[in-house]
Design a protein around this ligand. Sequence first.
Ligand SMILES: [Zn+2]
Length: 97
Amino acid sequence: MRADTPIPSEHQDRLIHTLYGWYALTREQSDLGPFDTAERASRALSRHIKVYRGINPRTPGTPQRMHLHDADQCTRTNCGLCVEARILRHSLMLAAS
Ligand SMILES: [Zn+2]
């Protein structure tokens, strides 16, 4: 992480790196990405949060989607976690063959 491009600490656990690039996880239907750098993903996430603040308030009791992601059940349109899960599954298949 370069010092001249700070990423807010609250973004750290919402940015994931995949083979295809960086994704920013959102609470809306679609994640953001892929981006070629974490900084770009972070900036996109900042803009996204500004737009959605007030429209889609954080609901207490909503399950954390950061844990136990089931790609087969997922209905999101652009899901960074599914991308990550697919890559992981693919690389496990390659390792097993
Ligand atoms: Zn998903």
